[in-house]
Design a protein around this ligand. Sequence first.
Ligand SMILES: *Cc1c(COP(=O)(O)O)cnc(C)c1O
Length: 399
Amino acid sequence: MNRKVYADNAATTAVSPEVLEAMLPFYKEVYGNPSSLYSLGQEAKKPLEEARETVAQCLGAQPREIYFTSCGTESDNWAIKGAAYAMRRKGKTHIVTSAFEHHAVLHTCQALEKEGFTVTYLPVHENGIVRPEELEAALTENTGLVTIMYANNEIGTIQPIPEIGAICKRHGVLFHTDAVQAAGQVPIDVQEQNIDLLSLSGHKLHAPKGVGALYIRSGVVIQNLLDGGAQERGKRGGTENVASIVGLATALKRACATMEERRVKLTAMRDKLIDGLSKIERCRLNGDREHRLPGNVSFCFQGVEGESLLLMLDLKGISASSGSACTSGSLDPSHVLLAIGLPHEVAHGSLRLSFGDENTMEDIDYILETVPPIIERLRSISPLWDAIQNGKVNYDAYM
Ligand SMILES: *Cc1c(COP(=O)(O)O)cnc(C)c1O
């Protein structure tokens, strides 16, 4: 029997037993609608407001600044479209973002371009990090919103969020950050870091799929995305998903309380894996080695096809992911790997391994035993690897 190693926690995580436990009463007994006046409804209202307090505490925010949503994608859409429509009323139509945001941000910005907004996509350079001075230089009189992710979902790089927050504050521009990957992994303080809008998602931190949150700084007015009932103080209609919201709060609280010990454990695992994989000939670590999420490892192996690598790892019980958009049936390499300057051929050989609460050092050992022979085998049947060996093509610059 093969070992099973789930190494795709950046895609989604298992719901932790503690989170599930906290959620169950809201399906079985306390199933009332929190907007109902009878006691079954009011019994659901209290945990909802406690969850709001918990999430606020983890971010250094006030409870009234937290709004629950259906997912990270909704939070990103609401923050960016809501801020864009509000700023247009003040005559501002320019947005600054980066080239390697999650599609929930990039495609939202592209949709706004079709409506007449202009968007600057900042480069992220070879190390996968936005330069604050370039961001500042991109701001104009017309800029109303900056949206830069806290940590990248593919290559794990952590952005200089406090510096960006300070620049935005100085220029009177709203600052949104997609913190879906960062929440619970790195310390976040929306006050200290001058963040006006921040997106979260439950399923990246051992809570269920289909629940998210948006922090909106008090005093910041953005347009509604969903119109409906008076839920979420009239800003986000839709009956609250109490069970999942309680799950999100439970998971975030636990992640924040155990952040340091998990950081130490995950960093040791990550660094051992990076050191081990670096021994493979003609490979590269994607993204800055220091400024990266504790649980993220991203490599490119020259002369290897990412999809084939994933399939062979799956046969060995390892769930991982590749930067290329193989699930969509598209052969386009990841926009993130292209944004850090990799040619298509190199970007195609990418592998992302991302770790969470259930992973152990034995998982790392197993991955280190399994990956090198698979790469050797794939290279032995690769025409591109042949061409690299014969010097017909050269990717020395990308190692
Ligand atoms: C997963 C993810 C999202 C989307 O969150 P969903 O809850 O799946 O909609 C947005 N941004 C980043 C950085 C992510 O990793």
